[in-house]
Design a protein around this ligand. Sequence first.
Ligand SMILES: Nc1ncnc2c1ncn2[C@@H]1O[C@H](COP(=O)(O)OP(=O)(O)O)[C@@H](O)[C@H]1O
Ligand SMILES: [Mg+2]
Length: 251
Amino acid sequence: MRTIAFYSPKGGVGKTAASVNTAYLASQSRCKTLLWDLDPQGAASFYLSGAEVVKGKKLSKLMEGKAPIAKFIHEEVYPGLDFIPAHSSFRNFDIKLEQEEGSNTLRQMLAPLSEDTGLVVLDCPPTLSRLTEQVLEVADRVYVPVVPTWLSLNSWNQLWDFMKDKKLGTKKLRPFFSMVDRRKNLHKEIMDRRDELLKNAIEAAIPYASVVERMGEEGMPLEVLAPRSPAAAMYRQMWKEVGQDLGIARS
Ligand SMILES: Nc1ncnc2c1ncn2[C@@H]1O[C@H](COP(=O)(O)OP(=O)(O)O)[C@@H](O)[C@H]1O
Ligand SMILES: [Mg+2]
């Protein structure tokens, strides 16, 4: 089982859109995937509201499972894609984590899932808390959306320094450009200097596209909503790079 996170200390940069699209594409390539919405704002749920609603029967079946986390799982919202929505009981997660200093609670929670889950995708809140620190520690790779602005690049550099200071490993960080609007001079200027400004980045750069915004209204991953759109093609390219990076088989 591989674990990846979409994280940035900035909000509104495309973490949730990328989490949902990547998780969906992963599940489509015969990789049993679990998407976990760790943001109490619960945005990922909006992007999946068109998915199959879980019946009580399935939930009770899950409750018999060995992992306590299993009772929060909505099985197969799409074939091969399980989902843990933001849950009210996760609100006090951070307080709990503060009390349990030393061990990585998140790692322990994820451990029982490893048997049949190929990939866990963690959609993170834009905070730097004990929870996100554990995410940054547990994840095999952390994908960081960076909007082509100096402010966003600055946040990226701060995150890199944080990972270095905390000895969490900067190598697992993979930034990518997000919400790129080449009509904007600043975006164009930064994209032209991308190799210099954003080291270790994945090639795929997600364009600013209104069809991505519509994911929330329609409650669907982009691959379901508008598979022929250029933005969907870019998310596919991103998943290809992510899959290769993780060594996960793709169809
Ligand atoms: N590539 C994009 N193009 C246009 N709008 C986007 C794009 N990605 C995300 N959005 C919109 O921007 C807002 C924030 O996106 P979201 O993925 O929720 O960011 P985060 O999780 O980083 O807060 C949402 O309204 C979403 O629809
Ligand atoms: Mg989000």
